[in-house]
Design a protein around this ligand. Structure first.
Ligand code: MCN
Ligand code: CUN
Length: 787
């Protein structure tokens, strides 16, 4: 590769420029700094003892033998934490969770005691020497059984396993349209439990300075400021004496929104011992104890007229939350954003009911590239629409085109209360159909069927809801949702911009710089973007729900425009002209009609510090806390073609076309990267991944040997395209995109498989669609071949 190809981009590169990611030089050459790269003098290591039982009373913890091992510094149990008021802490999501148990364990793999030693291996050995006497209790594994009146209780602090019962929509009206409908289709779906398979397991390094009383915590969190506030409230350490740093993060995908016991215990231990303490999970520990995604038991029904007009949607869900509740704030959204389940369709009547249950499993229901339950919502509606099409013997594409919310109806108020900002669903679907050659494929399918070959075509036309969010909708631990951007231009025109969000691989160092470059005409290489340090960055709520572009990205635009306003005044002063006569173009200010006599933004920056106009403060900087007026509603149309092997049941994804619409795009390369990654995760969900437990709450496997994620070998080739429907309320017309593909794609894969098998009488197969599941169906239907 030529040297210049490996260099970061140079020049003014605003919106829509395909530039290479500035941060990749660091990542690809192994120069990133992750939490485990933090090494401090005199640092001790923390390792947890974990429960082999899903549900058991702790009768006694014998630490003597472990404590006598040379190199062991301390052993911390729940009893000690309770005295410090830290045995339980609030989750960021409105529940509370055990840091270390005092009485009983509530899931297999739960942290029971922490060993702190001079090195990690001594700590591991010592953890094996801790003897815990358990009295096994009957485990609660099935969420439906958990809700029965005689079920054992999961939580010691609750008198029921019911987390919440939540409903939305008009039940009466919905029941009425269901009675009057020509056709009603219904189906049970299980959206399986998933592990958030980021590359870097969770961990922290805590450093307490006894002299200043300041606690610094490097940790794998997507929301450093929120964690700081919660830690301050819980520990009573003043908030300005806590510094949270999220250094480079090796993927978050939602799994690093949650607060884990290790963060708390490492901080506690560092304060107690006056030494830095490091805790890093192994992959298996992560699989067994970190927050899980999905686990939704769904019963969906769709009512329609004979001609395919959809009249109503009715959904009942039982959601398995494990031992601690991990969804978005339960006061307003107990089922996250599941109420986006009417999707891209103009459905007049809808009613949804979600019942959450505690079970003896790790915290469930947390984020995983999902926009908080939008994944489950999209899967449900897109599967139901396909089932309806097949029942009516209509083409699934035609049925969708018939029922889409038409472009002129935006802003569109859905039956479940959301106001969609903008959309053109038919345009995206038609583009995808054209690109893939939809009608020819249908013909091919017919021909193949005659020959006994099995081929299917699956569509998903999803609507996402991202950007959390408007102040009156969301509220995390009492903080209204917003995000921030601070831009400082130095006298020489070089920029440092700081944000309240924290990328975990999304490329903010490039895209935020592009936003600033777009508005101020400063080259991207002159703009340094910093995130993830609560001492230096403006307060923000972090990166999840694909909210960075809709919130902090918007804040960056507003801050840059504030700076431009001031810069114009300075330029007028320098050019001895009236401000109204100043034109700004590509980083240059000039008097209308005289483009050759100009001052650059860099000249203006210098003047801002050395020669500002009379009565103007020196300096060139701005900070914005942006409260979005609405969520953004990106969407897309995905079409998948599969061929099924009759001998093995193996599903081969022959083609996959993804047309996405996230409004105006900042960096097309990054957006495509987001979509490819998201599609690959959706592929893993549809065909490979599932966390399962036996009837005693023992996890099956718990490593990548059993939990299969797609590698380059399995991953199909993705064919990407776009339509552009700007958000009318975002300052740059952009919508979020980080989760779209994972949200939208699973339904396309499953629809394709069921479309292939429908003529054999197959209506549904639950994910993950492993080959043996398909083979069993083929065998039952008498079409499996013996070759
Ligand atoms: N972008 C753009 N133009 C748009 C929209 C977005 O160029 N119209 C760019 C953004 O500037 C940003 C990226 O695309 O660089 C994603 O932007 P956005 O949709 O705003 O999402 P966030 O930056 O808030 O990222 C969060 C989102 C979530 S919630 C999950 S989960 C997820 C995802 O991003 N986790 C990821 N993508 C991930 N990608 C990586 N590599 N690692 C993760 O952990
Ligand atoms: Cu829903 S996973 Mo992302 O919001 O961090």
């Amino acid at each position: 590769m030529a040297m210049e190809e490996t260099l970061p981009p140079m020049g003014v590169h605003g919106m829509g420029h395909k530039i290479r990611r500035k941060e990749d030089m660091r990542f690809l050459t192994g120069k990133g700094t992750y939490v485990d790269d933090i090494k401090l003098p005199n640092m001790a290591y923390l390792v947890f003892v974990r429960s082999p039982y899903a549900h058991a009373k702790i009768k006694k913890i014998n630490i003597e033998k472990a404590k006598s091992i040379p190199g062991v510094i301390d052993i911390i149990t729940g009893e000690e934490l309770e005295k410090a008021g830290l045995a339980w802490i609030p989750t960021l999501m409105g529940d509370k969770m055990m840091v270390l148990p005092t009485d009983k364990v509530v899931f297999q793999g739960q942290e029971i005691a922490a060993v702190i030693a001079e090195d990690k291996y001594v700590a591991m050995d010592a953890a094996n020497q801790i003897e815990v006497e358990y009295e096994p209790l009957e485990p609660v594994v099935d969420p439906k059984k958990a809700l029965e009146p005689n079920s054992p209780l999961v939580r010691p602090d609750k008198n029921s396993n019911l987390v919440f019962r939540w409903e939305a929509g008009n039940k009466e009206l919905t029941d009425k349209v269901f009675k009057e409908a020509d056709i009603v289709v219904s189906q049970d779906f299980y959206y399986q439990r998933l592990h958030v398979a980021y590359m870097e397991p969770v961990g922290s390094v805590a450093q307490y300075d006894p002299v200043s009383g300041k606690l610094t915590l490097w940790m794998t969190t997507q929301a450093p400021h929120v964690v700081r506030t919660v830690f301050s409230l819980v520990t009573k350490i003043p908030e300005n004496k806590i510094r949270i740093i999220s250094p480079d993060i090796g993927g978050g995908f939602g799994g690093k929104v949650y607060v884990y016991p290790g963060y708390v215990v490492s901080a506690y231990a560092s304060i107690k011992l006056g030494r830095p303490v490091k805790w890093i999970n192994t992959r298996s520990e992560d699989m067994k104890s970190t927050a899980f995604a999905r686990d939704f038991h769904i019963h969906g029904e769709l009512a329609a007229k004979k001609d395919g007009t959809i009249l109503g949607l009715r959904i009942k869900v039982i959601s398995d939350h494990g031992a601690f509740y991990g969804d978005a704030n339960p006061s307003k959204f107990p089922a996250g954003l599941f109420s986006i389940c009417t999707g891209a369709y103009d459905i007049k009547a809808a009613y949804v009911e979600v019942t959450g249950a505690y079970t003896n499993k790790p915290a469930g229901g947390i984020a995983y590239r999902c926009s908080f339950r939008v994944t489950e919502a999209v899967y449900t509606i897109e599967r139901l629409v396909d089932i309806l099409a097949h029942e009516l013997n209509m083409d699934p594409a035609e049925l969708r085109l018939k029922n889409f919310i038409p472009p002129e109806r935006f802003p569109y108020k859905s039956a479940l209360g959301w106001t969609y900002d903008s959309g053109n669903y038919a345009a995206a679907l038609k583009k995808a159909m054209e690109k893939i050659g939809y009608y020819e494929l249908r013909k091919e399918q017919e021909e193949k069927r005659k020959k006994g070959e099995i081929m299917g075509i699956g569509i998903s036309t999803f609507v996402e809801i991202v950007g959390a969010g408007p102040a009156d909708l969301f509220d995390i631990v009492g903080i209204k949702m917003f995000d921030s951007a601070e831009i400082r231009i130095h006298p020489t025109g070089k920029v440092i911009a700081r944000f309240g969000t924290r990328a975990q691989g999304q490329g903010h160092e490039t895209t935020y710089a592009q936003i600033i470059s777009e508005i101020l005409g400063i080259p991207v290489e002159d703009i340094i973007v910093e995130e993830g340090d609560t001492d230096t960055c403006p307060y923000g709520l972090g990166t999840y729900a694909s909210r960075s572009t809709p919130t902090a990205g918007a804040a960056a635009a507003v801050s840059a425009r504030k700076i431009l306003d001031k810069a114009k005044k300075i330029a007028a002063h320098l050019l001895e002209a009236r401000e109204e006569d100043i034109v700004f173009e590509k980083g240059k200010f000039y008097v209308k009609g005289y483009p050759d006599k100009y001052k650059t933004i860099q000249d203006v920056a210098l003047a801002a510090y050395t020669n500002p106009p009379p009565n103007m403060e020196a300096g060139l900087e701005a900070v914005t806390y942006y409260n979005p007026p609405n969520m953004t509603f990106p969407f897309g149309a995905y079409i998948c073609v599969v061929d099924i092997d009759k001998g093995t049941g193996q599903v081969k994804v022959r083609r996959f076309v993804a047309v996405d619409d996230c409004g105006n795009i900042i960096n097309p390369v990054i957006v495509d990267g987001q979509i490819m990654g998201g599609l690959t995760m959706g592929f893993g969900t549809a065909f490979m991944e599932e966390i399962k437990y036996d009837e005693n709450g023992n996890i099956y496997g718990g490593s990548f040997a059993e939990y299969l994620i797609p590698t380059a070998v399995e991953t199909p080739k993705w064919e990407l395209d776009k339509t552009v429907t700007p958000s009318p309320h975002h300052p740059l017309g952009a919508k979020g995109v980080g989760e779209s593909a994972t949200v939208g794609s699973p339904a396309a894969f499953v629809n394709a498989v069921v479309d292939a098998l429908w003529h054999l009488g197959v209506k549904h197969i639950d994910m993950p669609i492993w080959p043996w599941k398909v083979w069993k169906v083929l065998k039952e239907k008498g079409v499996a071949s013996d070759e």
